[in-house]
Write a protein that binds this ligand. Structure first.
Ligand code: UD1
Ligand code: CA
Length: 457
């Protein structure tokens, strides 16, 4: 029978995080750490996934509410990992098969390892199979205690361990397969006479062993996988490891990273081959980047769609923008949500755009603000141009037709339209619509007062 249910323990407050946010909602490269455990459970073939929530259960449930294959169980009182599993079992009444138990604070676990653990458990006919690891620093984990023949005896928590036990390097990952009938029959036997006055799930091992039931341990050869996050130092470690995995996958798929250790790419980002990413770039959200792009130093990109062969120059910030092919942006440009740049558009240094659509081949090369505007093809926006889109109450639109030339230092007081192929002279403040094929010029005539400097002295 291939019957697997997964229970993910995520109710704890995470005291050691010293945070107002529930531990399992702290992001690891762009998503709550518990989401990684949910993915692993899913990929291991669990048909029923139960997330035990407690601390900030509403916020945790809210995040997962769109996952139709998941049930959230509330552990009203946080009395320990054993109690958390007991709460989940109430919702699994009548279930017969393997129960996978995971923690919401071990996001690095790979689904392949979970599949291996389940197979090992099944073929070994055990009531409990735990995933263990040998680690250099076992301090924040329960130790696996074995007898002189190496047979499993029990798990002892750091706070309950003798100095000899504390020296043990084999640790409990908090990830197990258990036989459902064993769990149902024994979960009620757990006590809480320990240093933390908690019902420890780990005590089930001793119960099973002392009743002559078969228990197994499968050691992972990659201790990184079972890194449990209890504080922010471990959070940073987990993020770094996860980032390395993401970067490695991208590099193997053809992306060049000049400095992978200084490249911060979150979960869910896609990048095409032959794109080159220079150091200190951050790429997050639902961003998709095509092939053959150059992303220079210090660029930050979130929730953007970028076509092939684009060039994003140093220090630029792109948020919620859509770039077609062969677009050039920056250095030091800021593209804000609603920006759409068609093929061959060039946005130069110190240009800010927001809800701005620029047609093919148009250019805004220097020091410009373009907001709430629609700009046609082959338009030149001169240095220092400003769309004055806000009157203090409402935002207004600026429409610029194909082939328009806007000279330097022009203000376009919206709502306003400049017809195609017109020219707006440098220094003009445009307050009325400009018809097509026209010259618009609005400058105060210059007066030269000769001898002015001499008279002032
Ligand atoms: C636990 C294990 C320890 C193991 C370690 C691996 C126990 C007693 N100890 O210790 O042997 O080495 O994980 O990382 O099980 N939780 C609840 N409800 C509760 C208490 C905890 O849902 O009442 C959840 C937490 O949110 C967390 C997980 O269970 O996701 C583990 O709890 P935590 O307090 O972090 O246990 P550890 O001390 O790390
Ligand atoms: Ca933990």
């Amino acid at each position: 029978m291939n019957n697997i249910a997964a229970v993910i323990l995520s109710a704890g407050k995470g005291k050691r995080m010293k945070s107002g946010l529930a531990k399992v909602l702290h992001p690891v490269v762009g998503r709550p750490m518990a989401a990684w455990s949910v993915d692993a459970a899913r990929a291991s073939g669990a048909a029923d996934i139960l997330l035990v929530t407690g601390h900030q259960s509403e916020a945790v449930s809210e995040y997962f509410k769109s996952s139709g294959d998941l049930r959230t169980i509330v552990q009203e009182e946080l009395l320990g990992t054993g109690h958390a599993v007991a709460c989940a079992l109430k919702a699994l009444d009548g279930f017969n098969g393997t129960i996978l138990i995971l923690c919401g604070d071990t996001p690095l676990l790979r689904s392949e390892t979970l599949v291996r653990l389940t197979e090992f458990h099944r073929s070994g006919n055990a009531v409990i199979t735990m995933l263990t690891a040998e680690v250099g620093n076992s301090e924040s984990y329960g130790r696996v205690v074995r007898d002189h023949n190496g047979e499993l005896l029990r798990i002892v928590e750091q706070k309950d361990a003798t100095p000899d036990e504390q020296a043990i390097r084999e640790i409990n990952s908090g990830i197990y397969c258990m036989a459902s009938d064993f769990l149902f029959a024994n979960i009620g036997k757990l006590g809480n006479s320990n240093a933390q006055r908690e019902y420890y799930l780990t005590d089930l091992l001793e119960i099973a062993v002392s009743n002559g039931m078969k228990c197994l341990a499968m050691q992972t050869d990659d201790p990184d996988e079972i890194l449990g996050i209890n504080d922010r130092v471990q959070l940073a470690e987990a993020c770094q490891i996860m980032r390395r995995r993401i970067n490695r996958d991208l590099m193997l798929s053809g992306v060049t990273m000049v400095a992978p250790e200084q490249t911060y790419i979150n979960y869910g980002v896609a990048i095409g081959p032959d794109t080159v990413i220079h150091h200190n770039c951050q790429i997050t959200g639902s961003t998709v980047i095509g092939g053959g792009c150059i992303i220079e130093t210090g660029v930050s990109i979130s929730d953007c769609r970028i076509g092939n062969d684009c060039h994003i120059k140093a220090g630029s910030v792109l948020e919620g923008a859509e770039l077609h092919e062969e677009v050039s942006v920056g250095p030091m440009a800021h593209l804000r949500p609603g920006t759409v740049l068609h093929k061959h558009v060039k946005i130069g240094n110190f240009v800010e755009t927001k809800k701005a659509v620029l047609g093919q081949g148009s250019k805004a090369s220097h020091l410009t603000y373009l907001g709430d505007t629609e700009i046609g093809r082959d338009v030149n926006i001169g240095c220092g141009t400003i769309t004055c889109n806000y009157d203090g109450v409402k935002k207004h639109r600026t429409i610029i037709g194909d082939g328009v030339f806007i000279g330097s230092d022009v203000q376009l007081v919206a709502p306003v339209t400049v017809g195609s192929n017109s020219l707006v002279a440098a220094g003009t403040t445009v307050t009325v619509d400009v018809p097509p094929d026209s010259l618009a010029i609005a400058r105060v005539p210059q007066v030269n007062k000769e001898g002015w400097r001499l008279r002032k002295k």
